[in-house]
Design a protein around this ligand. Structure first.
Ligand code: ADP
Ligand code: MG
Length: 338
């Protein structure tokens, strides 16, 4: 007998799930991104026991067609792209069709959804197996309840941190996503307490105030600039709200949270040229580029983004922030002198 086995569908799905679903926060991120892709304007998130017991997400988006309820849980099932050519013009957060199949293979998922001109339906999937599907009237939108995450993969369950730690990782990710989408109102409940509420005003500064506080809100400089192939805009804090670590540095490229060494360095350098202390700035930097220019087809966990022309990005970000801070500080001193 040979040594090579062909893995069962169940085993394969559990391995694949490990790629997408590292911890409760990854489930929350994937589900919120689905709600955003469904053009929701309101997203409600609730978690219990750090998300291990329950992750609940309700949106008022487009909903899922009755005939798609089952296929949504199949591996590689997506309504967002058809062929590899579409990869060059991705405008949605998701496109791999992996999240629902992975999540449902390591948890118990109840999904209820209603699309326009459809009756609502609900479906229960446990460890990748469909338990039932039935008529279930509701308002347009989608509700997802993920229970008992990793109940059938004890090895992974062991790696989870305490519920309060997992809860704060979730709060952080929801806060960041809410800043990238100021037109959407978010509400996050952790262990029965409301920890975040945003109002969908469309103004990123309003969201920054909800995520951080009034002091941060009152110590920001706005910057904005447009170039041939991209735009940069956002907020940088003055010295008052500087930090001992990089914890309050946030970068979005086309509304996706990313890490970028070149953007970080450019912003910190601009900040340093006005600072009298050696600390890290508060900033939220948004870069908008044509979808053709960036390669989104990188591994979901690899958030470090690469730009073709790094020195152009560096100069643009540095220049934009430097001049906004220069102008801003001039205005502040002018007021103080009056
Ligand atoms: P992807 O987002 O990469 O397409 P997912 O596994 O996350 O893959 O979702 C599979 C499909 O299920 C989506 O393409 C979409 O059609 C549908 N779907 C999932 N969540 C929602 C939602 N909240 N609202 C509407 N449709 C959804
Ligand atoms: Mg998705």
């Amino acid at each position: 007998m040979g040594k090579i086995n062909i893995l069962s569908k169940d085993t394969f799905n559990k391995i694949a799930a490990g790629e997408v679903v590292e911890r409760p926060a990854s489930v929350v991120k994937e589900l919120i991104e689905n709600s955003i892709d469904a053009k929701a304007t309101e997203i409600y998130v609730e978690i219990l026991e750090g998300g291990e017991k329950l992750i609940k997400i309700v949106d008022n988006g487009e909903g899922i067609l009755e005939e798609d309820m089952r296929s949504a849980f199949l591996p590689h099932a997506t309504s967002k792209i058809r062929t590899a050519d579409d990869l060059f013009s991705i405008v949605t957060m998701g496109f791999r069709g992996e999240a629902l199949s992975s999540i449902s293979s390591v948890s118990r998922v109840l999904m209820r959804s209603k699309a326009v001109d459809n009756d609502g339906r609900e479906i229960l999937v446990e460890g990748g197996e469909i338990r039932y599907e039935k008529f279930s009237p509701m308002d347009q939108g989608t509700l997802m309840e993920i229970r008992d995450l990793f109940y059938n993969v004890p090895a992974r369950k062991k790696f989870l941190k305490s519920p309060s730690r997992e809860g704060s990782i979730i709060s952080e990710i929801v806060s960041k996503i809410s800043m990238a989408h100021p037109q959407i109102s978010f509400r996050l409940m952790v262990e029965g307490k409301e920890v975040l509420r945003t109002y969908g005003t469309g103004n990123q500064k309003d969201v920054i105030r909800q995520v951080y506080n009034k002091k941060v809100y009152e110590n920001l400089f706005y910057f904005e600039n447009h170039y041939d192939s991209f735009s940069v805009f956002g907020y940088i804090g003055n010295e008052e709200i500087s930090r001992g670590s990089r914890s309050h540095e946030t970068i979005f490229v086309n509304k996706r949270l990313v890490q970028s060494k070149v953007i970080t360095t450019a912003a910190e350098k601009a900040f340093k040229s006005f600072a009298t202390v050696s600390r890290f700035p508060f900033f939220v930097i948004n870069i908008e580029v044509f979808p053709e220019i960036i390669d989104v087809n990188i591994h979901p966990q690899k958030a470090e983004i690469k730009f073709e022309d790094e020195s152009h990005i560096f100069k643009s970000v540095f220049g934009t922030i430097h001049s906004a801070m220069g102008e801003g500080l001039k205005d502040t001193f002018a007021i103080e002198e009056e």
